[in-house]
Design a binder for this molecule. Structure first.
Ligand code: TYM
Length: 327
């Protein structure tokens, strides 16, 4: 059985973009693939975090994965920092990655610009991500379009390692959703909806209440043409609303266009808000049942055990091939 693997940083509150770009794909494919989903908490500390908040968000992420439909009987669910092999492998991979290729990562360039003192961790982060992926021989990595370059780096590093030391890693491919690979900020529809944005006005959080969700969608920036159709360049706001609707309804963009063709913008927004509210309130009901229960710990204990076993074997193989220690 082929394996899929993904993770969502607990560096901020999960958004509608996180759900559509990543978690929904895991839910969609969990019957077909051996599925791994984790919390990349070590990634989160590449930017300063409040330790107490970070701990809370790790747990929140796991509860949200489950509330969104990730089935713990079909997925291995774990926390990155509870498996020391991720960082161990990452070091070996860093020693097999060129400064030039790491410097080309556009997300690093964007994030570094926003920091007064960007950390070395922020720079090497895509290599840790490569380690997260190839440590488990993942075949596919369900991600939004913004992570495609990182998965491609993981491919390059894995290929180089295999060439130098012999066949060791599977070569992973990104799995990008056909609709919803980049959900945009409702206030600035040419920018990605991001959990680390400065203002939450254009961002729908998975745990926003109904009134807030409706207010944000009704206030979405659109255009002055007054006609509903998809054109991401000239009508980014309307196109984003159509994308959100299509993703949540699991239909094609042109089907949504056809459905809304005689709508005015106000009515379009109202119906998009209805669909988002229905989806998120259902998630929130499940989330509230899970967040304080003991089920999460049992699931995470199992994930820690399974992944440590797999990772130990892989890292010992790598260390042996590279010539480290007495492996
Ligand atoms: P992160 O935490 O920024 O985002 C988590 C996932 O959600 C997707 N996503 C979106 N998709 C569509 N539209 C949006 N507005 C949107 N916002 C977020 C992202 O593409 C991503 O798939 N480096 C990763 C976390 C990571 C990881 C991994 C992922 C660490 N190790 C190994 C996969 C495999 C990140 O920062 O994603």
């Amino acid at each position: 059985m082929k394996r899929i693997l993904t993770g969502l940083q607990p560096s901020g509150e999960l958004t509608l973009g996180s759900l559509i770009g990543s978690i929904s794909q895991m839910v969609k494919y969990q019957d077909e693939y051996d599925s791994f989903i984790f919390v990349p908490d070590m990634h989160a500390i590449t930017i300063k975090q409040d330790p107490k908040l970070l701990k809370e968000r790790i747990r929140k992420n796991v509860a949200l994965y489950l509330a969104c439909g990730v089935d713990p009987s079909k997925n291995t669910i774990y926390i990155q920092s509870e498996n020391l092999y991720h960082a161990n492998l990452s070091w070996v991979l860093e020693c097999n990655t060129y400064m030039g290729e790491a410097s080309r990562m556009t997300q690093y360039k964007d994030k570094a610009k926003k920091q007064v003192n960007a950390t070395v961790g922020l720079f090497t982060y895509p290599i840790l991500m490569a380690s997260d992926i190839i440590l488990y021989d993942a075949d596919y990595v369900p991600v939004g379009i913004d992570q495609k370059q990182h998965v491609e780096l993981a491919r390059d590093i894995a290929e180089r390692f295999n060439k130098t030391y012999g066949d060791t890693f599977k070569i992973p491919s990104p799995m990008i959703p056909e609709v919803g690979a980049k959900i945009m900020d409702l206030q600035e529809p040419t920018k990605k909806m991001s959990k680390s944005a400065d203002s939450y006005k254009g961002i729908i959080l998975l745990l926003d209440d109904e009134k807030t969700i409706r207010k944000k969608i009704m206030g979405a920036v659109t255009d002055s043409e007054g006609k509903v159709y998809y054109d991401a360049c000239n009508k980014p706001g309307i196109s984003n609303l159509l994308t959100i609707y299509s993703s949540l309804k699991n239909i094609k963009i042109n089907e949504a266009e056809e459905y809304f063709k005689d709508y005015n913008y106000g009515n379009l927004k109202k119906e998009v808000a209805d669909v988002v509210v229905e989806k998120l309130l259902d998630i929130q009901t499940k989330y509230n049942e899970l967040i304080n229960g003991s089920e999460l710990d049992k699931i995470l204990d199992r994930g820690r055990e399974v992944t440590n076993r797999i990772a130990k074997e892989k890292v010992e193989e790598v260390f042996s091939k590279v010539g480290l220690g007495r492996y």
